[in-house]
Design a protein around this ligand. Structure first.
Ligand SMILES: Cc1ncc(COP(=O)(O)O)c(C=O)c1O
Length: 395
């Protein structure tokens, strides 16, 4: 049987990224005690009012089809939240509710880019971006985030990458996997570039509540982006509910209308009890979210300090997000060899970053998603593994 050309464009997306994780899953299934620091799945409990909301909604049998682009009250709550946080107007017509930020990104990309277009993104990028852009038919042009700038964008290089084919610039801050939080001036410069060349600025703000080094500035707040900003976000990370698949795309009403058409042929609306469950969490900033942000800030600092003792490894506390980047290049091992050895000897699973982009080759992503004591125990085992490398006889 034949398949559509699409299947080749989306195949293999980040599959290599998960090899070590998959091996760790198999080892655990075989009875080995494994510590997983691979996936960005928050360990914190969700807020009680979210769980209670889901329970009450289901008890009231709110199990029918919901409006395709989301329930009006929930779209309004998201719009108000964006307006409250950004200081820029946002209306329900600017919002479509999607299955997480992932589907928001996919829908937005499908609606703004196509064959022959170019989308400028960064190196490294979150592992799904390649397939998302390729699915649209467009080509992703990767501009390195500068390691010497703490993985912040090289604005001149981004400007130089713009061609007549460029349709959009796609950014992500706080950034996965590097933890960089772009500052307001950087975002303004990118927004101005988009304005000058009539481009969309697509901003993945899924870690918006997890900025430590400086405040998160949504591109929605920038006047340069009026009419061209597309913000995707969700409650997956900030509210520790990735399984709820509750995200959104915010953009001009025409884009939202196109996205809603796409959602109609794709998802046909989301679960109403999920949308009702999160309504109170959208209407105000919950203390649980501040607590979770503080958890990741504290864990990032503590792990960076601990892993600073690992011979041949370089590390810095993240500026935001839920990951720590460990540079193992001085050990002489590749990131994959380091991760495989660490898994085998110490039973700790972390993610080689090579599939995120050439610019982070030799680094590993450590997910800070364990309670402090367990996380630091895993950190000590990483240090022990690195010490063991130093003692091993030369190959
Ligand atoms: C940068 C980035 N964007 C999007 C997503 C997807 O998030 P969601 O669960 O909201 O689909 C993730 C998840 O890890 C991510 O790291």
């Amino acid at each position: 049987m034949k398949f559509a050309p699409l299947v080749d464009r989306i195949a293999g997306g980040g599959a290599d990224t998960w090899k070590v994780h998959d091996k760790a899953v198999a080892m655990k299934a075989a009875g080995r005690d494994i510590t997983f620091l691979t996936i960005g799945d928050p360990d914190q409990a969700p807020a009680d009012l979210v769980i209670e909301g889901a329970r009450a909604s289901l008890a009231a049998h709110h199990k029918g089809y919901a409006p395709i682009g989301g329930q009006p009250a929930v779209r309004a709550a998201i719009a108000e939240r964006i307006a409250r946080r950004s200081g820029s107007p946002c209306a329900p017509e600017n919002i479509a509710i999607t299955q997480g930020a992932q589907a928001a990104l996919y829908c937005a990309m499908q609606c703004v880019a196509g064959a022959g277009d170019e989308v400028i993104a960064q190196d490294p990028v979150y592992a799904t971006y390649g397939a998302v852009v390729a699915a649209s038919g467009a080509t992703m042009i990767k501009v390195p985030l500068r390691a010497d700038l703490g993985f912040h964008p090289d604005l001149a290089a981004v400007a130089a990458a713009v061609t007549p084919r460029t349709r959009a610039i796609l950014i992500n801050s706080p950034h996965n996997p590097t933890g960089a939080v772009f500052d307001e001036a950087e975002k303004r410069a990118l927004a101005e570039l988009c304005r000058r060349h009539d481009l969309w600025l697509i901003s993945d703000e899924v870690y918006e509540d997890m900025a430590f080094a400086r405040p998160h500035v949504s591109v929605w707040s920038l006047t340069e982006t009026t009419g061209r900003a597309i913000v995707v976000s969700s409650l997956s990370k900030s509210h520790a509910i990735p399984g709820f698949r509750l995200g959104w795309v915010a953009g001009p009403p025409m884009l939202v209308a196109h996205v809603t058409n796409l959602l109609m042929c794709m998802a046909f609306g989301g679960p109403p009890f999920i949308q009702e469950a999160v309504l109170p969490a959208l209407r105000r900033d919950l203390p649980e979210v501040a607590g979770l942000r503080e958890d990741y800030r504290r864990r990032g600092e503590a792990m960076a300090k601990l892993l600073g003792q690992a011979p041949g490894c370089a590390v810095a506390p993240p500026e935001g997000g839920m990951f720590l980047l460990l540079d193992v290049r001085p050990t002489g091992l590749s990131a994959t060899a380091f991760a495989e050895g660490l898994l085998e000897i110490q039973g700790v699973a972390i993610l080689p970053c090579d599939a995120f982009g050439a610019n982070v080759a030799g680094r590993l992503r450590i997910s800070l998603t364990l309670p402090d004591a367990a996380l630091l125990d895993a950190g000590r085992r990483i240090v022990a593994f690195a010490e063991g490398l130093r003692r091993r006889p030369a190959a």
